[in-house]
Design a protein around this ligand. Structure first.
Ligand code: HEM
Length: 489
């Protein structure tokens, strides 16, 4: 077995398993034991993979063996394992769900047709930031959700109080609470699931039932609204594409309207849920980094000024000419990885790697936090420096792209990664073209110090709530946003 701390009888390495800041704490174990660290939790083998090379070797090159997900009794009780394909086992059902999401989020026609939708919501964001800059977090959340719900369901969100707005976050929140290691004893001692629900100690059964009903209701309401949008003629959505495709296919056992509905209900909710908190967190990382690094902001703005000029906003057509903004997107994803320990994979058969046995059924935890801090790739890794990705004014292909680890690995890699790249690009470019972002100020204009602090769970990490100033760069820039908003009305 790979080396690791010795552990205690029965419970194994429960005391070595971090309760927070998983990436950093696993990196400390890696400094002592090496790239692969072996832990056991009540007999469950876990291998933490701390280097990019080992993650690629196992999760990509040997993906046939490493693409399953761990079993979780809580996700069975809430039925998440049945419709949230992030948690599904590696099987035919997972393949079907994943295929429809990939189809709508891969580079090509689907994402090209998404460009005007994403651009329009960014213009609304700019107007929101002009009106109430202190509500930047709400504006960012609304803008990103508005794009995804339109792309997935064809639903047009107009109001942050819309009941659909928070549904994705709630579905994700339930998933994250279930995923906290050790939060539910039933995941360690599965037989507890057979306790009667009134029994003391069986609160988890009542919690699971409530979560199941709530998540299922949201999933179904979103799907019904998406179907209604399709019936009104919105076909360029994820569900619209699948309905059209299945209408054009000969009837078969897997293509009955009931089966298509059943699959789409889950796949669409998984895509909407997968994008909600992650993209919002990445946008916060960007605002925080800009408030802390005026020099980076000025370099980005000088690129925007020379390529885009003062009389229009950036578009996707500018992308090739904006390498610094592209580097900025990469640095945001690297400087603070949103999923520090990714999502665990599970091996299906015994394997030998680098001379070590990795037993069948091992949980493989990729330490993406450590990969982002690999000093051979990213010298001075705590520093926010987009220049690290540039050489002679172009993106340097020799520097590892953070997209090769920040979105996971192999057959399970995040299907939203290309969408994230395009959405972050246009958001960052547009915000910096119009606004200056700075540290917070009190009512007398005195600058308060701003620190980069992050809240981390086992599934994601984001900046702690922070304040900042967001002001238009010029009257002309503000007028540009107002006139676009007028045109849109
Ligand atoms: C900054 C934004 C995002 C980050 C950092 C992120 C990160 C991740 C990671 C680390 C995984 C696990 C991959 C693995 O198991 O190795 C994942 C899976 C997934 N992501 Fe994302 N994601 C983001 C945005 C999105 C978006 C926009 C979508 C919408 C399509 C999405 C949908 C999913 C789904 C459905 C899965 C499950 C894939 C599977 O199990 O086959 N994510 N994501």
């Amino acid at each position: 077995l790979p080396p690791g701390p010795p552990g205690i009888p029965v419970a194994g390495n429960v005391l070595d398993f971090p309760q927070s800041h998983y990436g950093a704490k696993f990196a400390e174990l890696a400094a002592k034991y090496g790239d692969l660290v072996y832990l056991e939790l009540f007999g469950q083998p876990v291998v933490v993979v701390n280097s990019h090379d080992a993650a690629i070797d196992l999760l990509e090159k040997r993906s046939v063996n490493y693409s399953d997900r761990p079993r979780s009794v809580m996700s069975e009780l809430t039925e998440y394992d049945d419709w949230v394909f992030v948690l599904m086992h590696y099987n035919q059902k997972w393949r079907q769900h994943r295929r429809v999401v990939v189809q709508s989020f891969q580079p090509g026609d689907a994402l090209v047709s998404a460009q005007p939708i994403v651009t329009a919501s960014v213009h609304d964001l700019l107007e929101g930031l002009l009106r109430t800059p202190d509500k930047f977090s709400e504006h960012l959340g609304f803008t990103l959700t508005k794009s995804t719900i339109r792309l997935v369901y064809g639903i047009q969100l107009t109001d942050p109080n819309d009941r659909f707005f928070d549904m994705a976050s709630t579905i994700v929140q339930i998933g994250s609470e279930m995923a906290v290691p050790g939060a539910f004893l039933v995941d360690v001692i599965p037989i507890l699931r057979f306790l009667p629900s009134w029994c003391p100690g069986a609160k988890f059964l009542r919690t699971a039932e409530a979560w199941k009903l709530q998540a299922r209701a949201y999933r179904d309401q979103l799907f019904a609204a998406g179907k209604a949008a399709f019936d009104r003629g919105i076909v360029d959505s994820l569900i619209g594409r699948v309905f059209e495709e299945s209408d054009n296919m000969p009837p078969s056992e897997t293509n009955t309207p009931r089966k298509v509905d059943e699959m789409l209900r889950g796949a669409a909710a998984a895509a909407y849920g997968g994008s909600a908190d992650t993209t919002h967190a990445a946008a916060h990382v960007f605002i925080l980094a800009m408030a802390l690094h005026k020099d980076v902001q000025e370099k980005a703005q000088s690129e925007l000024d020379s390529v885009v000029g003062p009389d229009r906003l950036p578009t996707f057509a500018d992308r090739e000419s904006l390498p610094y903004i592209t580097a900025l997107v990469k640095e945001v994803l690297r400087w603070h990885v949103i999923a520090p320990i990714g999502v665990a994979h599970r091996s299906v058969a015994d394997d030998v790697y680098a001379g070590y046995l990795i037993p069948a059924g091992t949980l493989i935890v990729p330490n993406q936090w450590a990969m982002a801090r690999d000093e051979t790739q990213y010298p001075d890794p705590d520093n926010f420096r987009p220049e690290r990705f540039l050489r002679n004014g172009k993106i340097d292909p020799n520097v590892r792209d953070p997209a090769t680890f920040a979105f996971g690995f192999g057959r399970r890699i995040c299907p939203g990664l290309h969408f994230v790249d395009m959405a972050l690009f246009i958001n960052f470019a547009s915000i910096l073209h119009v606004f200056n972002i700075g540290p917070p100020e009190d009512e007398n204009g005195v600058v308060s110090p701003l620190k980069a602090e992050f809240a981390e769970t086992s599934t994601n990490s984001r900046p702690e709530a922070f304040g900042c100033t967001i002001r238009p760069r010029s009257l002309h820039a503000a007028q540009l946003v107002h006139s676009l908003a007028e045109d849109a009305r």
